[in-house]
Write a protein that binds this ligand. Structure first.
Ligand SMILES: [Zn+2]
Length: 66
């Protein structure tokens, strides 16, 4: 279960999810340019646009970062 969260900028509890990544915008391990990265999921406040959290989409791929 996801915890209820509130926007740190305006206090709203209304969020939408967005995604950044695909190709060159993915998060990659530092120094490993040829490793496939992981797209990021964003929680965005619908009232003010504040991005409340960034999360990688696939935590299983974090093994490659170690
Ligand atoms: Zn907000």
């Amino acid at each position: 279960m996801a915890e209820k969260q509130f926007c740190k900028a305006c206090g709203s509890a209304s969020f939408v999810q967005g995604e950044i990544g695909h190709g060159y915008a993915n998060v990659r391990p530092v120094g490993k340019v040829f490793t496939n990265g992981i797209p990021l999921l964003l929680e965005i406040c619908t009232q003010c646009g504040e991005v409340a959290s960034f999360k990688v989409k696939d935590i299983n791929k974090l093994e490659k970062f170690k």
